[in-house]
Write a protein that binds this ligand. Sequence first.
Ligand code: FES
Length: 106
Amino acid sequence: MSEWIKVARVSDLADPGKQTLEVQETLVVLVHLNGRFYCIDDVCTHDGGPLGDGPLDGHQIVCPRHGARFDVRTGRVLCMPATEDITAHEVKVENGEVFVRLNIAA
Ligand code: FES
């Protein structure tokens, strides 16, 4: 299991808002939505599109390349052309700071 990494302050991101970050050499998207934070892989499972460049639509993020949608809360794929989920990472907030723990094999 990877360690918790401080990635932002709560005040850094608008709500709703998102930011692409590099955490331990992995590109991820940190999402602030309805007072909660979520973290998903930046790379679309269809053809590598940069999800962090796509728009949020409620709890969905839309791939800017071909329009696949993923649930930012779980990473679950919601529509074609992608068919595989993206990885969702753990997030916690402590004392106004946001921490991410990558969901990767040790
Ligand atoms: S690369 Fe994301 S939908 Fe094709």
